[in-house]
Each structure stands twice: as C-alpha cells, then as structure tokens.
Design a protein around this ligand. Structure first.
Ligand SMILES: Cc1cc2nc3c(=O)[nH]c(=O)nc-3n(C[C@H](O)[C@H](O)[C@H](O)COP(=O)(O)O)c2cc1C
Length: 330
C-alpha cells in the first residue's frame, strides 16, 4: 500500500501502460481484476475502436490513456472517455493545455506522463494529481533520460505529488528499486505486451519473448514508415530491430535522397505486413525490459509474479540491512 494505491483505490501499486494497439479493454480489465489499474491505450484516435474497447472492460475500474498531441486533433474522444467514468485519465507527450481542467472538472484523477524534470513541474502546475516519470528505457515513445536518475529528481521536484516510475521495469526487482527511488508505484508496458489478453499479434509476442533489450533501438524510422507525423519533441520510438529497420536505417542514413524516393512504397509494404504477421517488416514496439519477459501468460499471472517478486526483493533488502546493522547495546 502507498498513498497512490489509496488515491486510485487499487490493491497493488502497479499500472498497466496505455499501449496503442496493445492495451485494449480485455487487458486493462484483466490487470484491474488482478489488483492493479489497467489503462486502455486510446492511441491515435479511432472512435469506433475506443468505443468497442471500453465496452470490453467488463465493468472493471480502468483508466484511459491519450497521446496528447493526437487528442488535440480529436478532442471529442476525451468527452467519450470521461462519459465512461474512468478511474483516471493519463495524458502523455505534449502540453496538456485545457485537457487538464476538463479532466479535473469531471472529478477524474489526472495522471501526466513526462520525460523530463521540467515537464514534471509544468504538469504539476497544470493540475496533475499523479506524475509518471518515464525513463528512456521504455518501449514505445520516450525521452533520453534514464529511469534511475529521472525518478528521484521528479520525486523531489513535485513533492508531495505521488510519482510513478516507468521505463525498464518488468520484474519485482524493478518495482522494489522504484519504491526505493521514492516512487509510489510503477507503470509497465513491455511486461504486459505478451499477455494472452494483449492485442499484439501472436508472432509479435513470440518475438518479444525471444528478444533481448540489446536488440532495441530508438529512432523516428518506424513512425515515418507508419505515416505517423509525430511533432518535433524530445522523444523517439523504441522498438526491436528487424530486417527492415536494419536495411533501411543504414541505406537512408547513407543516401537521404533514397528515403524521399522510397518512402511511399515502404509505407504501403509496412501497412500490409502487420496483418500478415510479417515482423521482419512491421515493428515490434517494446523496451529494454524485453530481457525480463520469458513467456506469454495471463495478465493476472504477470501481476502476481511482479508483486511477489517485489516482496522478495524488499525482503532481501531488509535482510541485508539487518545483517549490517550495529547491534544495540543496552
Ligand atoms: C507497444 C507499446 C505501445 C505504447 N503506446 C503508448 C501510447 O499509446 N501512449 C502512451 O502514453 N504511451 C505508450 N507507450 C509507453 C508506455 O506508456 C510506457 O511509458 C512504457 O511502456 C513504460 O516502459 P516499459 O515498456 O519499459 O514498461 C507504449 C509502450 C509500448 C511498449
């Protein structure tokens, strides 16, 4: 229990990250049922998709996560999410602007995911109830700073607001470490990617389970190939390297004019690849914690393993402290 678990009314200080195309209603509901808080990743704004995923949450308390710059193009999606009475709204990537007031007016907890201390201060001033400090180890879009130094700096900058650590946390040791850094909970994406309830393609899950964080890279390449015009900002997309990224990354770096000539063809190729299960072409979006994901399993088993692992790690830390404590004289 931490003040965060009390605020959100959850058993474990564990949040499922809103992952576009991966965190749908079933995964969010399964995480919440297991004692964490699941977020549906509203991603790049498909109204019908969001409606169907919200209706798949089986009455569980869940949150909804938006990519803020994309939400600005379809602000009505926030009305739709708020009408569903979520436990929290999570806004990532970009200035929250008027969305912060709208969420708070609705009486819903506002969580802001940030990549820098400066952004954490801005989000706190804009009225966020909780700050997620996301280190660059994270799967998907993220910044340059590492989780280890970013989390305590954000904790200090926004105290007494609760801070949640994200990026590279996929076992109990990571949760224990985050608590030691002053976070009151964690937000995990990669750890849940290969869950049975995840919307990721079965072949993508298989590749993640087989992968190491060594094989991830951060670049705008897959955004360009997916035709997603992310605005300029301190973020890149972390994904597993594959045949296409190796081939194009090298060629386009050496011959920038080739990128211009080939982009449309490669975009069409990538658009068909995901449905076909061709992940030599389509990206598997995951973070450095890929090393720690060893199997596909139900979300409830992931939650249980993470929390039991955290207990074990905290118990080990307590044992070390006891061993080195000077005996008290009376
Ligand atoms: C497949 C995938 C998709 C993601 N999509 C989103 C998204 O749509 N919105 C968002 O705020 N964050 C997204 N993220 C980032 C997560 O919110 C979170 O910061 C990250 O997963 C934490 O790091 P971890 O992957 O090491 O657990 C995504 C991450 C992954 C792995």
């Amino acid at each position: 229990m931490t003040p965060l678990t009390t605020l959100l009314g959850i058993r474990h200080p564990l949040l499922l990250a809103p992952m576009a195309g991966v965190s749908g209603g079933r995964l969010a509901a399964a995480t919440s049922r297991a004692g964490g808080l699941g977020f549906v990743g509203a991603g790049y704004g498909d109204r019908d998709w969001l409606a169907s995923q919200l209706s798949a949450t089986e009455g569980q308390r869940i949150g909804v996560g938006f990519i803020t710059w994309s939400l600005r193009r379809q602000p009505e999606l926030l009305d739709m999410a708020l009408a569903f009475a979520p436990t929290a709204i999570l806004l990532s990537f970009g200035d929250m602007g008027g969305f912060a007031d709208q969420v708070r007016r609705a009486g819903v907890t506002l969580i802001a995911q940030v990549q820098m201390v400066k952004q954490a201060r801005e989000a706190a001033a804009a009225g966020a109830d909780v700050i997620v400090a996301q280190g660059g180890e994270a799967g998907g879009h993220g910044g340059l700073r590492g989780t280890m130094a970013l989390v305590p700096a954000v904790v200090d900058a926004v105290a007494p607001l609760p801070v949640v650590a994200a990026g590279g946390i996929a076992d109990g040791r990571g949760i224990a470490a985050a608590l030691m850094l002053g976070a009151q909970g964690v937000l995990c994406g990669t750890a849940f990617y290969a869950c049975d309830e995840s919307l990721a393609h079965p072949e993508a899950k298989r590749r993640l389970v087989a992968a190491s964080g060594d094989n991830t890279f951060k670049s705008p390449l897959f955004d360009q190939l997916r035709g997603l015009d992310w605005p300029e900002g301190p973020w890149g997309l972390r994904a597993l390297r594959n045949a296409l990224s190796e081939q194009l990354g090298a060629r386009w770096a050496a011959e920038p004019q080739a990128q211009h000539a080939e982009l449309a063809t490669q975009q069409t190729r990538l658009a068909h690849a995901r449905e076909a299960g061709d992940f030599d072409t389509a990206p598997v979006i995951a973070g450095e914690a890929a090393d720690l994901v060893h199997a596909t399993s139900p979300a409830s088993a992931v939650v249980q393993a993470l929390m039991q692992g955290c207990d074990t790690a905290l118990g080990r830390a307590a044992a070390i402290t006891n061993r080195f404590q000077t005996p008290q004289r009376n």
